[in-house]
Write a protein that binds this ligand. Structure first.
Ligand SMILES: [Zn+2]
Ligand SMILES: [Zn+2]
Ligand SMILES: [Zn+2]
Length: 249
């Protein structure tokens, strides 16, 4: 299974327009991996290519990554940074399959053109969707609005993607994390945050549950510069995603 991080920024992206903080300025100067477009991930396995979320910059993300076909799009929740680019698919050249939870479907900005060319399907949590050898299982996470994480499994490799989640996890979530080869967390801030997992929270989860591999993404401009963040989490075996990072599971 191949994972590509097309974008790794939180809601505002980095640089955040109107902001002149040192992180946004470093991103504008093109230094290191500090510029982060909003978060989306591409998962390729068993001959399928799945896109997870459609941030506002999705057309540029796919174009620059050289991705010209998709098997399906999975949408986690209704927040703008995750679905703001959905309407761009009016101009996609092929028929497109879109999956979202039923409570999320009703919130999507589906234009008549998009409805005419997309095959839109609702899913229930804990229902396995099969694509050849690849299975995708959505599960619920705690967020301000209905939101889904996803388990992707192929040939014994298991990726658990928590999407935007609050800092509290159920017993079921912990089991999913422990059984995963890779767990992806959305961590806007380093310090604890009431509605999102923080980097510090991920560090404690990695230690408490002995996670095999944790990756953090969806990082905002109040967090550390990329290299500094890498230094802080490397001792715990945590990977800091950056735009364009690819990984094999
Ligand atoms: Zn978000
Ligand atoms: Zn800033
Ligand atoms: Zn959100």
């Amino acid at each position: 299974m191949k994972i590509t991080f097309l974008g790794t920024g939180a809601a505002e992206g980095i640089p955040c327009f109107g902001c002149t903080c040192p992180r946004c300025q470093a991103a504008r100067r093109g230094e290191g991996h500090n510029a982060r477009r909003r978060a989306s991930v591409l998962i390729e396995a068993a001959g399928y290519r799945m896109l997870l979320d459609t941030p506002p910059e999705i057309s540029a993300q796919l174009d620059q990554a050289g991705i010209f076909d998709l098997s399906a799009i999975f949408l986690s929740h209704e927040h703008f940074d995750h679905i703001g680019g959905l309407v761009e698919f009016e101009y996609w050249s092929q028929v497109l399959t879109i999956f979202a939870g039923y409570e999320v479907l009703s919130k999507l900005p589906l234009t008549p053109r998009l409805q005419a060319k997309a095959l839109i399907s609702g899913f229930y949590p804990h229902t396995r969707l099969h694509f050849g050898g690849l299975t995708v299982m959505p599960f619920k996470v705690i967020h301000h609005v209905p939101c889904y994480g996803f388990v992707f499994e192929d040939e014994g490799a298991r990726l658990v993607h928590f999407t935007d989640s609050g800092p509290d996890f159920s017993d079921l979530h912990r089991h999913l994390m422990k059984a995963a080869d890779v767990v992806i967390f959305h961590t806007p801030t380093f310090e604890p945050h009431r509605s999102h997992v923080s980097v510090q929270r991920v560090i404690s989860l990695v230690q408490e549950l002995s996670l095999r591999r944790a990756v953090i993404t969806h990082i905002n401009h109040n967090n550390f510069l990329h290299e500094e963040l890498v230094e802080r989490v490397a001792p715990y075996g945590i990977t800091v995603a950056y735009d364009g990072l690819t990984m094999e599971v």
